[in-house]
Design a protein around this ligand. Structure first.
Ligand code: NIG
Ligand code: FE
Length: 412
């Protein structure tokens, strides 16, 4: 099956296959081709270029993108979209003055979601999660990482990972699964951290590895959650079972999580709202992608990741949604791109790089996703007619997406 897109006003994020991420000053550059065409064959980008060089192709389908932009679909490298119910009540409690921490300390927060998840059937969780997945696909996401972490029991964690596996089998979007059993200590293990860590290492991990249910291992390294030492134990165990680390660090406190991430060659370290000079320094010249989650900062009214300082230090940066019921009940990457520009002072070019090629890197798929490159997946966004790509972050409340293409097929 061949599809041809013609008259593209501007084709964004055109890259050579050797580029797997962009860092520092390179992030300000977004290579494009004006007045372009693009050919899709069997789900992959097979050719593209300037309209004046349009080759003689005989496509089954032709799309006229006159006035429209085409870009690689968003790569959302950090979500928790498999969960049960919602936490609307906690949202209102926060409006009325309680903090996220106070809510968690009285048994709400992650433990509230874990209770709901363990009381809900696998089929029901699948139905709720697939609605979220379809929503983010309509919003232009073409690859997504999904974490477990709302089970906190052997059965609950496996249930989430099986749902992720089923979503991956039933939808064309690329999915990577992360095991986040170390998301919080269940109440019965509040005074027995070793007991829960043993459960993760001796019961959850072997079962997950045996059934190939996860690609990555994560832990919430934070005061009142997992200490650096506990996190390191879990990362080491995950690595033994073939899972590469991707970690929650520096959301509320800088306690050494980034250093642990670098030590274990984490693919990414995520959140990074609270960063000191040493945290930035230790990320230099590593293969670890820092990931900011601007809609989490927005929803919780906590600091934004200091993107300018990090980019000035030569670091790469990815941005992702963190879609979850407690800190970010939104999976809208368009809002994330806009918020990165508006609140973190990233330029449109930097934000688009962060949400495509660097997002792909942060989920280990930048060989196949995240740029307009011959041989990569034809996962594309075609915008509505817009004056320039600045509109994407500028018109932050508008839906500027006309068509979403996933693996060469029109999804919406
Ligand atoms: O990434 N910070 C840890 N975990 C999630 C939120 C958990 C929750 O409140 O349910 C996050 O923000
Ligand atoms: Fe998260």
């Amino acid at each position: 099956m061949t599809t041809l897109i013609i008259n593209i006003k501007e084709l964004l994020q055109v890259r050579d296959s050797s580029i797997l991420k962009v860092s520092g000053a390179e992030m300000a550059i977004l290579p494009t081709i004006k007045n372009a065409y693009l050919v899709i064959q069997n789900g992959l980008i097979s050719d593209f270029g300037s309209m004046k060089d349009l080759p003689n192709v005989d496509p089954e389908k032709c799309i006229d993108a006159d006035g429209k932009m085409v870009l690689p679909s968003w790569c959302d490298s950090h979500t928790h979209i498999v969960y049960a119910g919602n936490r609307e009540q906690e949202f209102v409690d926060r409006i009325n003055g309680l903090t996220y921490e106070e809510i968690a300390n009285r048994g709400g927060g992650i433990l509230n979601s874990a209770k709901k998840l363990n009381e809900t059937t696998e089929d029901e969780i699948y139905d709720q999660s697939k609605a979220r997945l379809e929503e983010v696909m309509r919003l232009g996401t073409g690859a997504v990482e999904i974490k477990s972490g709302y089970g906190l029991t052997v059965e609950g964690e496996l249930k989430i990972l099986r749902v992720i596996q089923k979503l991956s089998q039933n939808y064309p979007i690329t999915i990577r699964a992360t095991f986040l059993g170390a998301h919080a200590f269940p109440l019965e293990f509040k005074e027995n951290h070793k007991g829960y860590i043993d459960l993760i290492i001796n019961e959850m991990l072997p079962e997950i590895a045996k059934n190939k249910l996860a690609d990555y291992i994560d832990a919430f390294c934070e005061t009142s959650y997992f200490t650096v030492e506990e996190t390191e134990q879990i990362m080491e165990a995950g690595i033994r079972f073939g899972l590469k680390p991707k970690m929650h660090v520096n959301q509320f406190n800088s306690i050494g999580g980034i250093q642990a991430g670098v030590k274990y060659k984490a693919l990414s370290v995520d959140h990074l709202e609270i960063m000191n000079a040493e945290d930035i320094e230790v990320l230099k010249n590593t293969e670890t992608m820092p990931v900011a989650l601007p809609s989490c900062s927005y929803f919780l009214s906590i600091p934004y990741t200091p993107a300018r300082e990090m980019i000035a230090a030569g670091l790469p940066l990815a941005i992702a949604t963190d879609y979850n019921p407690g800190s970010t009940p939104s999976g809208n990457m368009n809002f994330v791109v806009a918020t990165a520009c508006i609140k973190m002072k990233m330029t449109p070019e930097e934000a688009i790089n962060a949400a495509t090629i660097n997002g792909a890197y942060a989920m280990g798929i930048s060989q196949t996703h995240g740029s307009i490159t011959v041989g990569k997946k034809a996962n594309l966004i075609i915008t509505k007619p817009i004056p320039s790509y600045y509109q994407l972050p500028y018109a932050f409340g508008s839906n500027l997406i006309d068509t979403v293409i996933i693996e060469g097929e029109i999804f919406t």
